[in-house]
Design a protein around this ligand. Structure first.
Ligand SMILES: *Cc1c(COP(=O)(O)O)cnc(C)c1O
Length: 378
């Protein structure tokens, strides 16, 4: 059996290698390395895929969040609600702009923002919610949209992990994750659903005024060259990366289907284990399984990981520590105990290998070792 990777960035590109090489040569010949033709071609193709009016490419997924927040023009000290169980990017962008990150707890089954916790955190200073669709599945957008309308809050979707996931609204229509709120953001980091061969990111919106503003912000706030309308940043998607991404976009649906097949197999093999909780599924969303994250009792988590490692099965923990106890954010005065679900899931989560190059035999090998671990350790 081939070595098992946690994620895969080389093997799955093999299939696309001729097309990627062709894209590279085309850009090399044209020499338009910055803001080249391939950038707008890719933005249009992604917009068409997602059925969203505007796609603004930028440097990475963290920049995308910062640019989205800048476009909201919120007064200093405005509060923005972000999940406590999350990657740091959203909280960081909020804090960098002189806004106040206000954390909310997540749901224990889906790991996504708990609307009840969000409601409890709304104050007179709240202006926005950043919802993060974690691991490949949408958060409860119906509830969050309702909250955002009721309290007149902006809703930003951080869709770095769930590009291609579809949200089913209550009236039955479906929308791609990242196109439901006022602004959506994503990352093209190589291990994400649509991964570049380097860094990249994008912002989505159906609001054309906001799109114009964000386009400006990403280019030093300029409308025309050397004329600055607002304070901006420099955040660009390289032409080369855009050309690669146009190729990879054609494989996104296949990537999703392959991951779903592997998730199905993991689920079939693991769901009967009383000590393993397979990823909870929401009826309002598809799941694209950017990560396959199970939960096991805290006392077993590290021992299980060690056991699997001994059998050449890599695992990861996303995320080991909730944001409210991170040293950098001590000034917000949170304490352990503030977000019980986030704290608990941090102790229980294990991400299993998940990518298109993973064979079903490998999935069975991994599941069998998890089964054996619990037979011999409980
Ligand atoms: C990866 C990721 C980001 C940041 O993306 P970069 O391109 O690495 O800046 C932001 N939010 C979430 C949830 C992510 O997973």
């Amino acid at each position: 059996m081939d070595p098992i990777g946690l994620s895969d960035t080389a093997e799955s590109s093999k299939l696309m290698q001729p097309a990627l090489a062709k894209a590279f040569n085309q850009v090399l010949t044209q020499g338009d390395f910055i803001n080249g033709a391939a950038v707008s071609t890719f933005a249009q193709a992604l917009g068409k895929y997602l059925r969203v009016a505007s796609v603004i490419p930028c440097g990475n997924g963290t920049d995308a969040l910062q640019i989205a927040l800048m476009a909201l023009n919120l007064p200093f000290g405005s509060e923005v609600i972000v999940p406590a169980f999350n990657y740091v990017a959203a909280m960081e962008a909020v804090a960098l702009l002189g806004l106040v990150p206000v954390l909310a707890d997540v749901l224990p089954d889906t790991f996504n923002l708990d609307p009840t916790s969000v409601i409890a955190k709304i104050s007179a200073k709240t202006r926005a919610i950043i919802v993060v669709h974690l691991f490949g599945q949408c958060a409860d957008l119906a509830a969050l949209l309702q909250i955002s309308r009721l309290h007149q809050l902006y809703l930003i979707e951080d869709n770095a992990q769930s590009l291609g996931a579809q949200y089913k609204s209550q009236n039955g229509s479906t929308f791609y994750a990242g196109t439901v709120g006022h602004i959506g953001t994503t990352s093209f980091f190589p291990t994400k659903m649509l991964g570049a061969l380097g860094d990249g990111g994008a912002i989505f919106t159906n609001d054309l005024k906001m799109a114009t503003s964000m386009q400006q912000i990403a280019r030093h706030g300029q409308q025309q060259k050397y004329q600055y309308e607002q304070i901006g940043v420099n955040s660009r998607l390289d032409t080369l990366q855009a050309a690669f991404l146009s190729v990879k976009l054609k494989f996104l649906n296949n990537n999703i289907a392959q991951r779903q097949l592997r998730a199905q197999e993991y689920g079939n093999l693991l769901h009967r284990l009383p000590l393993v909780k397979i990823p909870g599924r929401a009826d309002y969303s598809t799941h694209v399984f950017n990560q396959y994250v199970v939960q096991v009792p805290e006392v077993h988590r590290d021992k299980l990981r060690q056991y699997l490692q001994q059998h050449q099965i890599p695992t990861a923990v996303y995320y080991p520590t909730p944001l409210h106890v991170q040293p950098a954010y001590r000034y917000l005065n949170y304490h352990s105990g503030n977000f019980p679900v986030a704290e608990t899931v941090c102790q229980k989560v294990v991400a299993l290998p998940m990518h298109t190059a993973l064979t079903l035999d490998q999935v069975q090998y991994i599941a069998q070792h998890i089964i054996t671990y619990f037979e011999t350790h409980s």
